[in-house]
Write a protein that binds this ligand. Structure first.
Ligand code: ASP
Length: 290
């Protein structure tokens, strides 16, 4: 195997200036190594992005999975999506309660149902029927990562995401989140909305983070592909253009992206974005702020 591969991860676009994200950066670096090795040895982008996001969910280091924050009622409602650029198959869950790995539930929707997006109780029942691991006691399992920001009421966000290009030229994207802090019960952001927060096709794979309402209104993730498809844009200007559109509407956040030719991008218009990039040329970067 000697084909090009690329992997980009994000751990959310809502870091607080002055706070220490060394643990998250160390974790992202470890995942980049693991994911890079898998892609180098021929694993499919789809499997790698799912594994990367599942590990971030499980780590409790981000506001997703174990690190999720509750909604206004004190319930933990999580959203996730996965998309296979080769087939454009996609699966997503929204407002899902009690399932350990929302990204595993999203993949289950993609592979075991004729549907793309299933929410709430219906998603939970399907996950149970598929034998996915559950959270027995949410109060014990979830450890919202940043109690401090919760107290001061900052609009903390903390989605996690992964995009990859594999050696076969295929791209995939995966995103998982608890949404925004103190969200209204039943609120869905951009993460599970295919085209808004998560997208993959034969041109690029995208995962977004930021105030989801704006990313939905900008159809941000799919807009990157449209800029490449209709405008002939390279990846980075396409991502910048889509993010500028989010900004014009008043939104803040970031995006990670890979293209079919192996370009990588991780841009944000917020104060920072926990991120990591690596590829077959030896590039390896982890950062949170500029
Ligand atoms: N985009 C997510 C949402 O609005 C939040 C985030 O990225 O942190 O649900």
């Amino acid at each position: 195997m000697a084909g090009k591969w690329a992997l980009v991860l994000h751990g959310g676009a809502g870091p607080i200036f002055g706070q220490d994200y060394a643990a998250q950066e160390k974790h992202l670096a470890g995942l980049l190594k693991e994911g890079g090795q898998r892609l180098a040895s021929g694993d499919a982008a789809l499997d790698v992005v799912e594994a990367m996001v599942a590990a971030m969910e499980d780590s409790g280091l981000y506001l997703a999975g174990r690190g999720a924050a509750p909604n206004l009622n004190g319930d933990y409602e999580l959203d996730a999506a996965i998309m296979d650029g080769r087939t454009r198959n996609a699966g997503a869950v929204g407002a899902l309660q009690g399932v350990l790995s929302p990204i595993a539930a999203a993949r289950m929707v993609m592979e075991r149902t004729p549907n793309v997006l299933i929410v709430g109780e219906g998603a939970r029942r399907l996950a149970d029927a598929a034998g996915l691991a559950t959270v027995d006691d949410p109060e014990v399992y979830y450890k919202p990562i940043d109690e401090r920001t919760r107290q001061v009421g900052a609009p903390e966000m903390g989605t996690v995401g992964a995009v990859a290009l594999d050696q076969y030229g295929d791209m995939s994207a995966a995103t998982s989140t608890a949404g925004i802090m103190n969200k209204t019960p039943g609120r869905l952001g951009d993460t599970p909305v295919i085209g808004a927060g998560t997208w993959a096709d034969e041109r690029c794979a995208i995962s977004c983070t930021g105030l989801g309402e704006y990313f939905i209104r900008a159809n941000a993730a799919a807009d990157v592909s449209a800029r490449i498809r209709y405008g002939g844009a390279r990846l980075e200007p396409a991502v910048q253009g889509a993010l500028d559109d989010v900004k014009r509407l008043g939104g803040e956040g970031g995006m990670i992206a890979v293209s079919a030719s192996g370009e990588m991008s991780a841009l944000f218009n917020s104060g920072g974005m926990k991120r990591g990039l690596t590829d077959s040329s030896g590039r390896f970067e982890v950062a949170t702020f500029l």
